[in-house]
Design a protein around this ligand. Structure first.
Ligand code: ATR
Length: 473
C-alpha cells in the first residue's frame, strides 16, 4: 500500500523553496510523490528535476494534457505519468515504455460517482495502464456504491480509487477498503475539514505502516465526526494491546447505507455519536436492556448473532462518581436537562435506587422523562433561590449550556449550592464549566466530564476487544 504525497504546483503557497524543504520532512512517512502540474503554467524541466531529486523513490507526474509539455519533462526518476483516460498521445506512450515509465489513466468525477466505472476501468487495465478513479461521493449511499464498484473490480489488481471529501475519508487511511493500491496525502496538517490527511497524522494517529488487508476495522459514525478524539484513544489502546486493528472516523448521513458499507468492509465494531445514537437502534439485530431503556446506543459490535448495540454512557457516567463518592452516600439527586445524555444519567441513578428529580428549560420534557424513568420533576424556578438551598446529595448537569464555545452560560444561575453536595457536569470542554466553578467555590466536591468521556470509551474498547477474534459469518 503506497502513501503518495501530493505536491500541487497550482497552489499559490507552493513556493519552490518552502515546498522542497517541506517535502523532505515527510520522507520517512511517504513512498511516492505526485507532482501535480498546473496545465496553465507547466513546470520547467529543471523544476521537475529538482522535485525528483528530493529523495522520493517514486514520482508520479500528473495534471498535464499536452503531449508536448509532458515529453519535455520525462525523466528516468518518474515512475508513472498520469493521463486523462481518453488522451491520445502515441509518442509519449512509446517514449515512456522505452524509459520504463508506467502510465496511469484517470477517470474523474468531481461530484458524485463516475458513469460506467467498471467498463472504463477494465478498458484501461487491458491497455496495461493503471486505472485511477478520483471521485467525490456526496452521501453515505454513494460511498456504499463506490465500495460495490471496488468489489466488482477485485480482479483488477493494480488500480487506484480515491473518494474525495468527508464521506469517503476513511479510504485515505485504509485505501485497501476501496481496493486502491495507493492513498493520497496532503502537506497541510489542518486539512481534516476537507477530508484530507497529512503523512504525520496518518502514522501517529492511525499507525498506517503497521496495517495490511487483514487489519480489523473499527470506527466511529457521526456527523460531524472529523474532530472527535476517539481515534486517538482507540488506536492507542489497540496498539497497546498488541491487536492488529484500526479505528476510523466515518462521516455518515444515512445509517442504513452505512450499515451496508459496514457489511462490505467487514467492520468489527463502531462507536456511535451525534446524531445517530437513536437512529441506529432499529437497524441492529439485538440490543442490551440499557439501550432499550435509554433509547440511545453508543456502541455496536459484530457478534455471531449479528449487530449488537450497547450503551456505555451510563456506566461511563457512574465510574468517576464511584471513584470519588461511596455509593451509599448518595440518596437524592437533581438532574439538569432532559435530552439524550440526561436519559442515560437518570437511568443509571434510578437503577441505584437514588431518588432523582429532573429539571429542564422545557419543563414538559423533564416531566415526560421523569414519568418514563421512575423519577420526579420540578420547574426550574422551584429549585432556584436561597429558600431552596441545597437539599440534594448529588447535582448532575447534562445540558450543553456552558459547553465550548458557549462557556459563559450557567444552566441554573440562581441555584445555591449548600457546599455539601457532589456536583457533576458531564461537559468536558471546558474541563471546568462556570457551573462547576461556582459549585467548587461553595466547597462542593466537583466532577468534570473528562472522566466520563474516557470511561465510556474504555467500556467501548472492552466490547471491541471481545469481538476482535470472532470470524465474520
Ligand atoms: P444531549 O444528547 O447532549 O443530551 P439533546 O438531546 O439535544 O442533547 O438535549 C439537550 C439538553 O440541553 C436539553 O435538555 C436542552 O433543553 P431543552 O429541552 O429545553 O431544549 C438543554 N439545553 C440546551 N441548551 C440549553 C441552554 N442554553 N440552557 C438550558 N438548557 C439547555
Amino acid at each position: 500500500m503506497l502513501r503518495c504525497l501530493v505536491a500541487d504546483l497550482s497552489r499559490k503557497d507552493f513556493g519552490a523553496d518552502r515546498s522542497l524543504k517541506n517535502l523532505k520532512k515527510f520522507l520517512p512517512y511517504i513512498d511516492a510523490l505526485e507532482v501535480r502540474a498546473d496545465p496553465e503554467n507547466p513546470p520547467s524541466p529543471s523544476q521537475v528535476e529538482e522535485l525528483c531529486g528530493t529523495g522520493f523513490s517514486m514520482v508520479i507526474l500528473s495534471g498535464l494534457s499536452s503531449e508536448e509539455d509532458i515529453l519535455r519533462l520525462l525523466r528516468p526518476e518518474i515512475a508513472w505519468v498520469d493521463l486523462e483516460e481518453g488522451l491520445s498521445c502515441p509518442t509519449l506512450e512509446k517514449n515512456a515504455a522505452e524509459m520504463g515509465i508506467g502510465l496511469i489513466r484517470s477517470i474523474a468525477a468531481e461530484e458524485g460517482l463516475p458513469e460506467n466505472p467498471g467498463e472504463r476501468v477494465r478498458r484501461i487495465a487491458a491497455t496495461g495502464a493503471i486505472p485511477r478513479i478520483t471521485c467525490g461521493p456526496r452521501s453515505s449511499g454513494e460511498v456504499l456504491e463506490l465500495l460495490k464498484i471496488a468489489r466488482s473490480l477485485r480482479d483488477v489488481k493494480q488500480k487506484i480509487i480515491t473518494g474525495e471529501g468527508l464521506f469517503a475519508f476513511f479510504g485515505r487511511i485504509a485505501p485497501w477498503l476501496f481496493g486502491s493500491m495507493m492513498t493520497f496525502l496532503t502537506q497541510d496538517e489542518e486539512a481534516l475539514e476537507s477530508g484530507e490527511i497529512d503523512p504525520h497524522s496518518l502514522e501517529r494517529v492511525y499507525g498506517f505502516s503497521e496495517h495490511c488487508r487483514s487489519t480489523r476495522i473499527y470506527g466511529i459514525i457521526g456527523k460531524p465526526v472529523m474532530h472527535t478524539r476517539s481515534p486517538h484513544l482507540h488506536n492507542r489502546w489497540f496498539t497497546g494491546a498488541g491487536l492488529d486493528a484500526v479505528y476510523l472516523p466515518f462521516h455518515v448521513d444515512d445509517v442504513e447505507a452505512f450499515m451496508g458499507a459496514a457489511e462490505l468492509i467487514g467492520l468489527k465494531g463502531f462507536s456511535v455519536t451525534v446524531p445517530h445514537k437513536h437512529a441506529v437502534i432499529p437497524l441492529l439485530d439485538y440490543v442490551g436492556p440499557e439501550v432499550a431503556a435509554i433509547g440511545s446506543c453508543n456502541t455496536v459490535v459484530r457478534t455471531e448473532r449479528g449487530w449488537e448495540g450497547s450503551n456505555t454512557d451510563f456506566e461511563g457516567f457512574l465510574k468517576p462518581l464511584d471513584s470519588l463518592v461511596p455509593s451509599g452516600n448518595i440518596r437524592s439527586a437533581l438532574v439538569i436537562g432532559a435530552g439524550g445524555a440526561a436519559r442515560a444519567v437518570v437511568y443509571a441513578l434510578v437503577g441505584r435506587g437514588i431518588s432523582v428529580e429532573v429539571v429542564n428549560r422545557t419543563a414538559s420534557k423533564a416531566e415526560s422523562l421523569a414519568v418514563e424513568m421512575g423519577a420526579s420533576w420540578k420547574n426550574i424556578e422551584d429549585v432556584q433561590g436561597a429558600a431552596e438551598k441545597g437539599g440534594y446529595d448529588l447535582v448532575v448537569q447534562t445540558t450543553s449550556a456552558g459547553m465550548y464555545p458557549d462557556i459563559e452560560t450557567d444552566p441554573l444561575p440562581r441555584y445555591e449550592f449548600n457546599g455539601a453536595e457532589t456536583v457533576y457536569d458531564i461537559i468536558y470542554a471546558p474541563e471546568k464549566t462556570i457551573f462547576l466553578e461556582r459549585a467548587e467555590k461553595s466547597g462542593a466536591v466537583i466532577i468534570g466530564g473528562k472522566g466520563m468521556l474516557e470511561a465510556q470509551a474504555e467500556g467501548q474498547f472492552e466490547l471491541f476487544r471481545k469481538v476482535y477474534s470472532l470470524q465474520a459469518e
